[in-house]
Design a protein around this ligand. Structure first.
Ligand code: ADP
Ligand code: MG
Length: 239
């Protein structure tokens, strides 16, 4: 419990920091700027120039990843909650990553239930939900460097609608699972460790839950469970 509290506090601190997350971007941008300046020096060999250009690009790549994983918090726009069709939003997110999956020899299997209770609606901000789904889908793809299957399944329980995203990738140990969602926890060479933090924050803001199942060498499944929006429940009572 203590650990959970610390984790929650950490998340809160980061949420507050999020408004000024530019700090996380300043570093790679300054470094790449420095290397670009070196490129302009007269007495530099071609070999060195290439090295400088590559370093600058790597740093900018990192900055781009930070923005992509963390985008929602960078936008100080007003958050407008909408009633969204989970299935439609999941489909859109899957479309966005399908090229990335193809390139990596990954087959995407999309399944949906025949009957959906509560019309499959969730309440949230569309961009946030997209960000959340993309971060999970991307992690799934990145967990399968040799290819595999990415299954995306919509499921419906009585007052809950959910999506389960599973991969046949490298999986996680119990210890790794514990650290999921902690800012900057990443085992990837070019990771940001911000993607899962965004996922947990977004799902929490939608009053949902994240369930993780994972086994080293076998794969990982993330399930997102969302309550039926009260507006929909009310309508059904009336109707
Ligand atoms: P990043 O992807 O930049 O490393 P994330 O916050 O998205 O940061 O993920 C944090 C870490 O959680 C990853 O580095 C990885 O170790 C682990 N992880 C997340 N999703 C998966 C997955 N589907 N399979 C295996 N490990 C995962
Ligand atoms: Mg990630």
């Amino acid at each position: 419990i203590k650990k959970q509290i610390i984790k929650a506090e950490k998340l809160q601190v980061v949420s507050h920091l999020a408004a000024s997350f530019g700090h996380e971007l300043r570093n790679p941008i300054c470094v790449s700027k420095g290397f670009l300046q070196l490129l302009l020096e007269k007495e530099v060999s071609l070999e060195k120039r290439l090295e400088y250009a590559r370093t600058a690009l790597d740093e900018l790549d990192h900055a781009e990843s930070v923005i992509k994983d963390y985008l929602t918090f960078a936008k100080p726009q007003v958050v407008t909650k909408q009633t969204l069709d989970l299935q439609d939003e999941v489909k859109k997110a899957v479309e966005i990553v399908s090229a990335m999956a193809n390139m990596n020899n990954i087959q995407i299997k999309f399944t949906k239930p025949t009957v959906i209770t509560n019309r499959g609606m969730v309440e949230g901000e569309r961009n946030y939900l997209h960000q959340c789904l993309l971060n999970i889908l991307k992690n799934g793809i990145e967990a399968m460097p040799k290819g595999g299957i990415l299954s995306v399944e919509i499921f419906a329980l009585e007052h809950i609608i959910g999506v389960r995203i599973s991969d046949t990738g490298i999986g996680m140990s119990k210890d790794q699972i514990k650290h999921l969602g902690e800012p900057y926890f990443s085992l990837k060479q070019k990771g940001t460790g911000l993607g899962m933090m965004a996922v947990f924050n977004i799902v929490k803001s939608m009053k949902g839950q994240v369930k993780v199942e994972s086994e080293l060498g076998k794969g990982t499944a993330f399930s997102l469970l969302f309550p039926c929006p009260s507006s929909v429940l009310k309508e059904e009572k009336i109707g």
